[in-house]
Design a protein around this ligand. Structure first.
Ligand code: F0G
Length: 454
């Protein structure tokens, strides 16, 4: 069948409030052209993130009613612990309120001696937590990732040659290698099992830890099964299990493939490291059997972590994301290829080639999508990752706009609407202008910075 149907029926609905273009222009101006500062009731289609925005199943809601909210030794904790252990085979498990809390704990411990962290690409909170704790984060995506138009199936891979060079150079100063699966900041591209195996080999050779940032590991498993030789017969769950076996630790923002609105965890093999992390967990998140979560959060996550590997769900998830990508591509909008699992990324540098990087072409597209269609998206380019050194602007590697698709939330007609908005934007794209920053904080500036049109 060519038609993708959502493998669920809708039982509860949330109304969408419609706004006019005129209203949206005023709203955006008041938000200083930063869409993080817009109230969600003023958004028609929210593609800001796929994080914490999933619709939960009735099995998850039902499980929440059975939660044990005890401070210590809650039944809900043991239920979740079993699900995570079966999946990851790691003996130590700590729930946290979201992914970055797990990052703060693990990288807080590992960065203490001013170490280096090497990744296919650190997500922004990962980098921020490492740098905040005194470490240095180095991104070495594979060479194929540089060309946003090539069809190479595993552009989320790390550059193995550069990895070996860096491991040799920094030896004991390496805190860990971090594989972000899928590679969110690099276009949501998957990582192959082969690449993970090679990384494991190098981590053994140079005696370094391998951490998997696994928040989209089910989506990654879909790509491994369908694009990598020898995995066709394995289930998505078995593929994820295998990937975890190569790691020493994993951090999960469960707000993605956990199919929950809040939650995360840290899971580890090493006893001594686990003890150090546990101390920080208790000081900053909560006691070991709840971390930063309530019993009902843990119940919902225990169910979500199993549901996400359902073959019909994953097929729908990956195909419906690709549907948006294919249609934008047909319209001549430059999109990153191949399409990742959770989002479509528009190459704004190519699309708005009249706007230079220092005037944030990605942010210009983000603003146009909001004005023309009430669509909220996010810039992943020089606004998020650009830096200045001695007054000189250093652009990010890419100028992308991410259209992240919340899980089980929007139907095909919502996607048709997005495609139509792009059709309209394309007609007037030459009139779009760039932006400049008039206020920025020291870390993660894209969340709170203020902008002005140039
Ligand atoms: N790692 C990756 C790869 C992520 O994508 C995120 C969050 C985190 C870690 C941090 O997790 O938000 O639960 O603290 N990504 C969201 C996004 C925010 O929109 O991509 P968190």
């Amino acid at each position: 069948m060519k038609t993708i149907i959502e493998p669920f029926k809708i039982k509860v609905t949330e109304p969408i409030r419609f706004t006019t273009e005129k209203e949206r222009k005023k709203i955006l101006e008041k938000a200083y052209y930063n869409v993080f500062q817009i109230n969600s009731e003023n958004v028609i289609i929210d593609l800001l993130t796929d994080s914490g925005t999933s619709a939960m199943s009735h099995h998850q809601w039902a499980a929440m009613l059975q939660a044990d909210e005890s401070y210590a030794g809650a039944r809900s904790f043991f239920k979740l612990e079993k699900v995570v252990r079966d999946l990851t085979s790691m003996p130590h498990f700590f729930p946290t309120h979201q992914g970055r809390a797990a990052e703060r704990i693990l990288y807080g411990v590992l960065s203490r001696k001013k170490r280096y962290f090497i990744s296919n690409t650190h997500f922004d909170t990962t980098r921020a937590n490492i740098e905040y704790a005194g470490g240095t984060a180095i991104d070495i995506p594979c060479k194929e990732a540089r060309d946003t138009q090539s069809d190479y199936p595993f552009k989320g891979n790390i550059d193995l040659e550069k990895l070996e060079t860096l491991l040799k150079k920094y030896t004991t100063k390496v805190g860990s290698v971090i594989m972000t699966v899928t590679n969110n900041s690099g276009g949501g591209q998957p990582v192959s099992m082969d690449n993970i195996k090679q990384v494991r080999y190098l981590c053994d050779k140079y005696q370094t830890l391998l951490v998997i940032d696994c928040c989209r590991i089910a989506e990654n498993a879909w790509f491994v099964k369908h694009k990598e030789p020898n995995y066709q017969k394995k289930s998505y769950y078995q593929i994820a299990q295998e990937m975890f076996r190569y790691a020493d630790a994993a951090i999960m923002s469960a707000k993605k493939d956990g199919l929950v609105n809040m939650g995360g965890f840290l899971t580890l093999k090493d006893q001594k490291l686990a003890e150090e992390c546990q101390n920080l967990l208790i000081i900053t998140e909560g006691f070991t059997t709840y971390g930063g979560l309530s019993g009902r959060d843990m119940e919902a996550l225990a169910v979500g972590l199993q549901e996400v590997f359902d073959k019909d769900y994953l097929q729908y998830r990956i195909r419906s994301t690709a549907y948006l990508g294919e249609h934008l591509d047909k319209l001549g909008i430059p999109v990153v290829k191949p399409f990742g699992g959770h989002a479509i990324y528009v190459d704004a540098k190519k699309f708005y080639n009249h706007i230079p990087s220092h005037q944030f072409p990605g942010q210009a597209l983000v603003c146009d999508l909001y004005i023309k269609g009430g669509i909220r998206s996010v810039e992943i380019g020089s606004l998020m990752f650009g830096k200045s050194a001695n007054g000189k602007f250093i652009p990010a590697q890419w100028e992308l706009v991410r259209l992240a698709i919340p899980r089980r939330v929007y139907t095909q007609s919502h996607i048709e609407y997005i495609i139509e908005v792009f059709e309209n934007i394309k007609k007037t794209k030459h009139q779009s202008k760039g932006y400049k920053i008039i206020y920025e904080p020291p870390f993660l500036r894209h969340f709170t910075c203020k902008l002005k049109q140039v």
